[in-house]
Design a protein around this ligand. Sequence first.
Ligand SMILES: [Zn+2]
Length: 280
Amino acid sequence: MDYAKNLNRDHGIARAAQLIRAADAIVIAAGAGMSVDSGLPAFRGSGGLWTTLMPAGMSERQLGSLTQGDCFTKQPSQAWTFYGRALDVCRHSVPHDGYQLIREWASTKRHGVFVYTSNVDGHFQAAGFSEDRIVECHGTIHTLQCATPCSDRLWPAGASNSGASEPPSCPNCGGLARPNFLLFADDAWIPARTARQQAHLHDWAAAIERAVVVEIGAGQAVPSIRLFAETFGAPLIRINLDDEHVGHDTAIGLRGSALAVLKEINAALLKDAPLVDTSR
Ligand SMILES: [Zn+2]
């Protein structure tokens, strides 16, 4: 990096720290890039997870069919081999330190933090974020539903995993169960849990005055997170590994991985002045 680039970078980090310092509430809009630093490659992207979780006899190309909503009815055994392993990976991987940095920032804010994420890994809950301050817009791998579905019933994934001999079944009709997350062309997904979370966000957002949105690792392929971040109606800090461009001057784009940039911002917050919410 040359001098001018360094200066730009320092300026961007300092401005981001300033926005966070001035806010009375932090909104985190997190995409797959937030999970990558905990060792979880995007389910929909290419990378390690695809190949390590691949059911025997399937090619990497065929795995695309497991991102479709009908995979649990068309190929239940392969779908559960894959997602059962994915559930194990999500349970056993540890959220990276960036989650704790955000919690520290939020602890100084009158209204704390609210998370809006497309990630289904449950890592914000695992990192100690409050369950009623999270919207999982694509659902979660830790909750199950009927694959048909025969009813709106949802239940915890419990012991079901790749070690189980049979895929989990619906306690209501006895048919196949599936995770309560949204796949492509997925008519069977039950949105009730996510809808309740959206209602929590709506209530919380009504009380805040000076929020800042920190968008982390959100791609353009499935733009739900970017759309949310851009339309929330607060200053935006975009952290992205390779596509940090922002449309207008009031937003800040910072290139880099989630953990690296969160650490940089944290260093800037610690350097200048103690983190104080003046509205308290
Ligand atoms: Zn059922």
